[in-house]
Design a binder for this molecule. Structure first.
Ligand code: CA
Length: 233
């Protein structure tokens, strides 16, 4: 049983209570907040292990709540959205959310999603702490100090940008990055570069990974959004 603390920020009582019930029956301890203000107060009082955040709240948007959270915390955030359209997704992911679920959803599926995100963020943290300058996931490994990457036993001969992209992906497997976010994290002068620069380097990185292991299809394209590392490597 998990005793992780989940904060649910949701103004519709039926949804909030259904989530509370499903999470508690899986061993999570749950707090409910009906407004963004109450949610933020709850977080500053005691930081939860996970936040489920509705986008349409009465006092402020879930996006603003998430931006506030990200000023002080890296707690995983999962958005609940009522509108399935690209803009919600992109905006949600650009402000540092880990995932999103479109209403109506099955509470049981959502609980499984919470578990998966918690597992993946813990793995990434442990790897970072254990490895010092290295990050790894599955067979892939980047050594920051030596500026080297490996796929299993094979050394990958990556350019500096390819190495930077792989490192970002390995730090958060499954997290979807927009081109702008990748540009910000990997390039020295992001404003001078173009979106298709990222695409070109992703393409060459993919080719090199495929060369090292033809069965490994590590990078996922999210049409109209960006890229992520496959979670089941
Ligand atoms: Ca709402």
């Amino acid at each position: 049983m998990s005793h992780d603390r989940v904060l649910v920020v949701e103004d519709e009582p039926t949804i909030a209570e259904a989530l509370e019930y499903s999470l508690e029956s899986e061993g999570f301890s749950v707090r409910l907040a009906g407004t963004g203000g109450d949610g933020l107060a709850e977080i500053s009082h005691r930081e939860p292990d996970f936040v489920i955040l509705d986008i349409g709240l009465p006092d402020m948007s879930g996006f603003d709540v998430c931006r506030e959270i990200r000023k002080t915390s890296t707690v995983p955030v999962l958005f609940l959205t009522a509108r399935e359209n690209e803009i919600d997704r992109v905006v949600g992911l650009e402000i540092g959310a880990d995932d999103y679920v479109v209403k109506p959803f099955s509470p049981r599926e959502l609980v499984a999603r919470v578990r998966a995100i918690l597992r993946r963020s813990r793995n990434a943290i442990q790897t970072e702490q254990a490895g010092g300058g290295t990050v790894e996931f599955g067979d892939l490994k980047v050594d920051n100090e030596r500026m080297q990457a490996r796929c299993g036993e094979k050394q990958l001969n990556l350019s500096r940008y390819e190495l930077g992209l792989l490192k970002v992906f390995l730090e958060h497997p499954g997290r979807v990055y927009t081109r702008d976010q990748l540009m910000e994290q990997v390039w020295d002068e992001p404003e001078a570069s173009l979106d298709r620069t990222v695409d070109a380097h992703i393409k060459s990185l993919r080719a090199k990974l495929r060369e090292a292991n033809p069965d490994l299809d590590a990078i996922v394209t999210h049409r109209g959004i960006g890229y992520s590392l496959r979670e089941d490597l």
